[in-house]
Design a binder for this molecule. Structure first.
Ligand SMILES: Nc1ncnc2c1ncn2[C@@H]1O[C@H](COP(=O)(O)OP(=O)(O)O)[C@@H](O)[C@H]1O
Ligand SMILES: CC(=O)N[C@@H](CCC(=O)OP(=O)(O)O)C(=O)O
Length: 262
């Protein structure tokens, strides 16, 4: 069985078609794939913060996280969004186990190194992959929210793309980012392949901005640390997951070096 990490962005979670969940169930049943789901929920956190009159700002796609913001981040990610995905997948006859990075010491973190003060934003230092493998080997699909802890039990808000990259790395599993866009775009056209050099240029030129910055940077880190394949696709493309698995062209594939298509 091949393990594949699917990262579902908050941008698309509410719009994922039934076929998305059906495909996951079919992949598990008949294609020997063990799916691991890591999810975000950025827009849901922002709207709850707005309702509660707590202000929020982003630096290069990462949310500056005060203690008040952290309470809401954990509530929305580990409560609302995590259980929404668990309920949905369970309705497709799957054994699903929703956990946050806090459970089983799954995600350990330290404060992220940034020039700007980010508050309780974490970067993952270790993943308890033995715990994940126990869930997988028992037939469960893990659904993971990206809250992490440090040795003292302090919580951290981890960007979901970064958490997914760390998890894929710990399992040496392919990583598929599922978002609200068909891939990384330039002048409204999808770029079907990007290497490290292209990504640096596109960020410098402002073509890649906001939440796409941590996504492509996490993709590069994952590849550097041994993740075999990374791509970004739309959650609305019904065949995207299957195409990724069979190695067909889909969305934006990311590699460290240039690939020649001769
Ligand atoms: N070059 C780009 N191509 C496509 N989307 C981009 C690009 N640069 C920035 N984005 C933005 O990144 C968003 C996806 O990132 P994000 O909102 O964090 O999604 P998710 O919640 O799926 O992780 C897109 O909706 C788009 O607004
Ligand atoms: C530090 C940081 O930015 N954390 C993110 C966690 C959620 C997330 O990453 O959600 P998406 O996948 O939908 O972007 C946040 O607070 O929005």
């Amino acid at each position: 069985m091949q393990t594949i990490v699917f990262k579902c962005g908050g941008s698309i979670v509410d719009e994922l078609p039934e076929s998305f969940f059906q495909t996951l169930a079919t992949l598990k049943a008949s294609h020997n794939v063990n799916p691991v789901i890591v999810h975000g929920g950025g827009p849901m956190i922002s709207s709850k913060l707005q309702q509660l009159n707590v202000s929020t700002t982003f630096v290069e796609g990462l949310r500056v996280t005060t203690n008040d913001v952290l309470d809401v981040v954990e509530m929305v990610l580990s409560g609302t969004v995590n259980k929404q995905i668990v309920r949905k997948l369970t309705s497709f006859n799957q054994n699903v186990c929703g956990v946050s990075g806090v459970d089983g010491g799954l995600l350990k973190a330290i404060p992220i190194t940034q020039t700007k003060k980010m508050g309780y934003v974490g970067e993952v230092t270790s993943v308890n992959d033995a715990f994940l493998r126990t869930l997988i080997d028992s037939g469960y699909i893990p659904v993971i929210s990206p809250i992490a802890v440090d040795e003292s039990g302090q919580r951290y808000n981890v960007n979901a793309d970064m958490a997914a990259a760390a998890i894929a790395q710990s399992l040496t599993a392919p990583l598929l980012f599922i978002s609200d866009i068909p891939g990384v775009k330039q002048n409204n056209k999808v770029l079907h392949h990007l290497c490290q050099k292209d990504i640096e240029t596109l960020i410098d030129h402002g073509t890649i901005y906001g939440g796409m910055i941590p996504k492509v940077q996490s993709a590069l880190v994952a590849l550097e640390k041994g993740v075999p394949e990374v791509a970004i696709v739309s959650g609305l493309e019904e065949t995207a997951m299957a195409q990724f698995i069979t190695g067909e062209a889909v969305g934006t594939r990311i590699t460290l070096s240039e690939v020649s298509y001769v």
